[in-house]
Structure formats: structure tokens, C-alpha cells
Design a protein around this ligand. Sequence first.
Ligand code: ADP
Length: 233
Amino acid sequence: MLDTQPVDPDILLALVDVHRSYEQADKHLVVLDGADLQVRAGEMVALVAPSGAGKSTLLHIAGLLERPTSGEVFIAGEPQGQAVDRARTLMRRNEIGFVYQFHHLLAEFSALENVTLPQLIRGEKPSEAKAKALELLSYMKVDHRAQHRPAELSGGEQQRVAIARAMANAPRVLLADEPTGNLDPNTSEYVFKALNSLVKQSGIAALVATHNLFLAERMDRQITIVDGKIVEL
Ligand code: ADP
């Protein structure tokens, strides 16, 4: 039943019978074919699948960047399928945080400004936005680098700032695409631990695509995509 909300308020991200296909030149490519997924508050789920299996498509649909061909996406119990683009943009800004393999921080701004800006866009008072940004940078143990621009930070520091930025508007869903993919093993361990404790402490629901099986094993659950469906590993 596509318009039924997940009854459990703990389920912050749910995909129900999601289908997504693409028309490519002369063929009809089915990427998701009845994908079902639930991620709970404080849960970190690893999405592990070979290239081309549909990980990005799944993350884009969960993040309201793309619409499914059919099926429903619930964010914090709210169905998103009928929402107009403006409502989806607001939902994405306020309730969903994104972390990518490359940090995508704004080069001309300091770490502090990068974490403050999303809050200002949302309408937060500058003094409160700055205080919150400092608190997040401190939580991620990069507050000593607050005044530095991204180019002056190490890869691990950049990713920790990117995570702080993703959390700036206190979203309820965090979507990460290879967040440690660009880091050496020690740094990726450090970033993973910081991300994990933030997920546990904030009660956000996190879906993390990764090729790092060592990190995937330490998340709460591991899932993959087989023939367009979500399968638990
Ligand atoms: P993954 O992230 O697991 O590598 P993707 O979700 O990027 O997989 O892609 C899954 C399949 O869908 C691939 O075969 C890709 O070529 C195809 N695909 C993705 N986006 C589009 C698009 N916008 N148009 C056509 N085909 C696409």
C-alpha cells in the first residue's frame, strides 16, 4: 500500500516498492525493481554493491534528488511522492544530510563558514548558526581548523568538516556515498568512528554506500542490490 505511512515512528527513511528504470538509446534499463528499505533512528546501514548495481540511483531517490518511476519514499514518516518540487527541496534541505566521496566544500569559505552557511540559508540567526557550527566542528574534532579554508585542510579534516556541514540543519536522514573512499586506512578509520558516534548520538538514520568491507561490517546492517531489489547481507 503505497500511501500508507510506516507506522513505526522510529523508521526515519523508508522506501516502499520502489522502481526506477531508464530509457537508454534502444533499451529499457531496469535499475530498481521493487526495492524496499527501512532505516531506523540511530541506525547505520552499509550499502555494498558492485558498480552499476544502482547504488547512486538508490541514494538519489532516497535523497529526493530523483523521483522513482513508481513506489514511495517516506522521510520521517512523510510520503514524498506527491510532494511538489518546492516541498521536496525544503524536505531535502531540512531533513536530509549528504556526504560525498569528495568533500564538495566551498573553496572560498572557511570550515566554519561552510558549516554556518546551510543554516543561514534555512533562516537561522547568524550568531546561533555560528555557535552550532562550532559545536559540530568540535564534535568532529576539527574546531581548531575552523578558520581554515578547505585547501588548507588534510583529506580527513575536509571530510570531517563535510560531515559537520551535512549535520548542520539537524537532519533526520544522512546519506553518504563512499564517505571514506578517498582516504588512507588510518584516516578513514578516524572519520568512520566520528561519523558513527555522531549517528548514535544524534539518532539520525544513516545509509552509507561503501566499497570498504571492513567498515561495512562494523555498521549495524549490510545490504546490497540484487536484480533491482534490496537484499540483506
Ligand atoms: P552504481 O552507483 O551502483 O554504480 P548507478 O545507480 O549509478 O549504479 O547506475 C545503475 C545503472 O543505471 C547503470 O547501468 C547506469 O548506466 C544506469 N543509469 C544511471 N543513471 C542513468 C541515467 N540518468 N540515464 C540512463 N541510465 C542511467
